[in-house]
Ligand binder design. Sequence first.
Ligand SMILES: [Zn+2]
Length: 331
Amino acid sequence: MAPFLQRRRPAITFMLALFGAFCASALAGNAQETAPLGHNQSQPPPFVQANKTIRVSDHVYVIPDGRVNLVPNIGIIVGSRATLVVDAGMGPRNGQVVLRELAKVSKNADLYFTYFTTTHFHPEHVTGVQAFPASTEIIRSEVQEKELKQKQPEFISNFSKRTPEIKALLQDVKPRPPDILFDHELKLDLGGVTARLFWVGPAHTRGDTAIYVEEDKVLFTGDVVVNRFFPIFPDQDASGKHWLAILNQFEALQPRTIVPGHGEVSDAGLVSKEQSYLKGVQSRVAELKAQGKSSKEAAQLLSAEFQMKYPDWQNPGWIADAVERFYSEPD
Ligand SMILES: [Zn+2]
């Protein structure tokens, strides 16, 4: 059979949520220079790991990032009728690895009943999809798509300057437009399991989107939650205040399992950990600001302080950016 012509898509329900107010603020942000992403050049190349896929619940598999910078955790959610892949690694070479892992766990792979979505626009989450067959349907929130169009070319060019391996991974990447756009929320019935995709940004990016697998209580947070990495505030579109509000929203879902953007899969305790770090930064920033310290002074003081408090977290270079964002946000 010709699956592309004959397949029937699972039911999709578009739903509006109540984030209108955030929309305006999200779109008001300017295009920013890409900040250095704090990945040092001695890091191993960002290759998605083959043969390491783990099953985290009845329907959900994860290709773990292996704690390598610029490799995201990749999700594969398998229903009886279709499969949803969440994020795809950097460039087509990594996307090929994802497809091979997908074929191992999904009975739907042969039929190309595959959906693909991204937690945010950064190249290591998006560009692997280039290896996916044309029949794969790409789903994205409108805000994320807008941000991708605006910033992705600059990110790809900056990433490509970092190492020859990254340059090679990204050299043939072409934009692949989404097949389905949603404004706030979309429910995807994969057959026996439902994935709820919802736009939550801005936190790490304007287009941050989470995926909640309702039956399994598994939440994909993108880089809004990371495990033993300091959360990344890449530019002025990142928002500490709203980030904290999103974490509350995540907690209210009472997820059993958290798949962070980077770092080990964990339980809901991971959300509280991130919360207490960000609240800690927020309140120390307020204290130092009240004492008349400049943003730069606060960043310096608090970088040392929080690095000491979280000695096993990677990429402490991002503490300063978190401080500067909280410093610039109105009380
Ligand atoms: Zn990111």
